[in-house]
Design a protein around this ligand. Structure first.
Ligand SMILES: *Cc1c(COP(=O)(O)O)cnc(C)c1O
Length: 425
């Protein structure tokens, strides 16, 4: 039984004798075949193999396999971004006329994708607080509900999803739970162990970890029984005319149906594939993910404790801090740490937050998180600026909220930097 640290380093790719030790970058859009018959079998999904890198590429597959192993999943696929991963994960089972229940405490880009763009495509979302009562949660479901969606640690509100409760609600209504596990990474939490069916990632964040390559990933536990709910998921349980009548759930089983359909239909038609170069860079990040996450967590906890004791700080949210509203949830779901992201309010609101941020030297202002370098952001004036005040409040993102992504620098240096910037407020 391989432990997660070993899988980070050696998972996914196992070279034979004389083969490259590092995952080879297969920089080729296309693959050659001896006969048209051979190629035809690939097009009909009757044989496994590569023919065009918009659908699959060996470099990407090695890295996807590593992420599947890290999450304890049956199958995975890479996408060009986290946005593409969440879009495909939902659209693979919910289309025009369908409905999805989502936590209101999610990434601003995902909220926009769901509430605006997918709404235009005819998919309706009901947003519920991650802390809603059981009655509210049950009342959110409709006969045409096809999935439940939430984030393990929400970006940027840092709420912690009660995965077990949301999985139980989803399953009692015959639909899967999709969890965006970007902030926790499988090092800190493996949502599948708590009942999640599909896990998504923006690999752009901790998995890459060096602000080098954009990417996403969709992981399928292989546990959800599509055929047992065949009427709800016709895309998986009835013949796909665009593949000569293949029925994904029958041909590929619980373990393979979801990812095969997303690759064969959505990647084919929308084409948000990760490039093999980016997959290679992502894999370098994965090799040290377990080491980096430990340090991100330790640095963030030290910074959160410092901020909590500072008289110019109005409030601190970090679920690893005793007293945090999500401390108990974090003890359960994130016992090894609550990632590197801390949010807080500077006394004096929006103006004070901006002054403070301007004076940080190590913490740079960037539309990014989960990077080796410390960075900070004011969501109300950037990532969440499309939301009105009521929507901001529902997403748990006040106008005074500063999101600090604590990096891998010396924690003494980081605290000194915060100290001098707070003196200017
Ligand atoms: C950044 C992020 C996304 C979007 O990912 P991109 O790679 O930027 O497209 C989705 N979900 C969460 C939680 C994120 O932090």
């Amino acid at each position: 039984m391989e432990r997660i640290e070993t899988l980070c380093v050696q998972g996914g790719y196992c070279p034979g004798s004389g083969e490259p030790r590092q995952v080879p970058i297969v920089q080729s859009t296309t693959f050659k075949y001896d006969t048209s018959e051979d190629m035809g079998k690939l097009f009909d999904l009757e044989a496994e193999g590569y023919f065009y890198s918009r659908l699959q590429n060996p470099t990407c597959d090695h890295v996807a396999k590593k992420i599947a192993q890290l999450e304890g999943a049956a199958a995975a696929m890479l996408t060009s971004s986290g946005q593409a991963a969440n879009f495909y994960a939902v659209f693979n089972i919910a289309s025009c006329g369908d409905h999805v229940v989502a936590s209101s405490s999610i990434y601003g880009g995902t909220y926009n994708l769901f509430a605006v763009t997918m709404k235009k495509m005819g998919v309706e979302f009901t947003f519920v607080s991650p802390d809603c009562s059981q009655e509210e949660l049950d009342a959110a479901f409709r006969p045409n509900t096809k999935a439940v969606f939430g984030e393990t640690i929400a970006n940027p509100a840092l709420t912690v999803l009660d995965i077990e409760r949301f999985a139980a609600a989803a399953h009692s209504h015959g639909v899967p739970l999709i969890v965006d596990n970007t902030f926790a990474t499988p090092i800190l939490c493996r949502p599948i162990q708590w009942g999640a069916d599909i896990v998504t990632h923006s690999t752009t964040k901790y998995m890459d970890g060096h602000a080098a390559a954009l990417g996403g990933c969709i992981v399928d536990a292989g546990n959800f029984d599509w055929m047992a709910h065949a009427d709800k998921f016709p895309g998986l349980t009835t013949p796909d005319e665009s593949y000569h009548g293949v029925t994904y759930a029958q041909r590929f089983g619980k373990e393979g149906a979801f990812i095969t359909k997303a690759t064969a239909q959505l990647m084919r038609d929308f084409g948000s594939m990760m490039s093999p170069q980016s997959a290679f860079i992502l894999n370098l990040g994965l090799e040290s993910l377990h080491v980096r996450m430990e340090r991100h967590c330790a640095n963030a906890l030290a910074v959160a404790q410092y901020l909590q004791s500072h008289d110019k700080i109005a409030w601190v949210r970090y679920s690893g801090l005793p007293g945090d509203a999500y401390y108990a949830a974090a003890q359960k779901y994130l016992p090894q740490g609550s990632c590197g992201v801390v949010s807080f309010g500077v006394k004096g609101g929006r103006q004070a937050a901006e002054t403070f941020m301007k004076h940080l030297k190590l913490g740079t202002i960037a539309t990014h998180v989960a990077d080796a370098r410390t960075c900070c952001l004011h969501p109300a004036s950037s990532t969440h600026r499309q939301m009105n005040d009521a929507e901001l409040a529902a997403a748990g993102v006040g106008a005074d909220l500063v999101r600090l992504s604590v990096g891998l620098e010396s924690r003494e240096d980081l605290i000194e930097d915060l100290e001098q910037a707070l003196r200017t407020v």
